[in-house]
Ligand binder design. Sequence first.
Ligand SMILES: [Zn+2]
Length: 395
Amino acid sequence: MNDYLYEVARRLIEFDTVSANSVVPAMDYLAKEFASRGFKTALQPMELLGVSQANLVAWAGPPRSDGLIISAHVDTVPYAGQPGWEREPLKFEAAGDRIYGRGTSDMKGFIAQCLDAMRTQDLSKLKRPLVFVLTASEEVGCLGAHEVAPALKQILGECPVPKLAWIGEPSTYEVYHAHKSIVSFGVTVRGIGGHSGAPAKGVNAIAVMGRVIEAIGRLQEERRMSPDADFQTIFADAPTDVINFGTVRGGLALNMIAEECVLRISYRTLPNADPLQLYREVEQRVAAIDTHDYASREHRATIEIGLPMVVPPLNSPRGTALERALFDVTGAKTSGGALYGTDGGWFTSSGIVSLICGPGDLDQAHQPNEYIRREPFERGTAIVHKVIERLCNSD
Ligand SMILES: [Zn+2]
């Protein structure tokens, strides 16, 4: 058993890096660890969603082109209020062939492997740059990556920004080169309140929201009826854009006309599309709906569509040196599409080709009693070493 690997993972799980909290203490710890191995480090401080956050960049190797970025997010999804927990979320607990704790699979286990690999990495042997990029606020819309990807050139200074990024998101060591975009926004219907006994004096916002949902639901149906042949294998479950009604809230009481109703919605578009095209279609459809209440033709509701938050898609070219290295080293035979979004979308926007491949188990990510299996956890240090050997140590 490798003590340092377990020690780093234990420390990382103990930092409560749920996205609503600051990751800065965890980043400070990681920066110290990388610096103690001889890396240059830089924290990129920022304020995200009202919280002080930071990304960490740690780099080594000669200032040549064609190096490698290895990337992971440090934040996790929440655990408080999530039913089903039978273990301490912030306690790193090994039991049988599993290691439990929030973030073990997604994706602190991978970060521990990276640091463990650096324990025995001779940085003077690097022939190309090796750059670790650790991000904040991935789970709330890849906000950290949005800041760090375009800033890498400035942060790295004379060291050229590598064109390849390996993101160790949970994939049970399968390789993914594509994922859909994620776009989220709110729709607010404002009606006119009043007593439910006199509906004609008001406009019920819930009633009008029903029409909004119907209009957007039709769009989803149309998309479902015309799947994209190019993505039949990559996204076998849904080779189309998909729309999800996330939450809807409206009304105060049974005897009151609902004055306001708010829908939160997200969708995922195929990686070859402009992520905002569907948003514009939603705007058009919603603009065309009848904003009267069913109870009266007298008054109208107003509908406001909020600004979209966008996580860009990933659609990396096949056959890169990183893909070959990941195939050889992990035993993966082909590359597919991930069901989730990643920081890779923002790397792509900065001209960095990203691939996803990591030790965690997607079925465990975001789950109560999250765990990583011992075997892929312990195997990962060697995998990190070998990928670096291929991409940074050879001519
Ligand atoms: Zn993740």
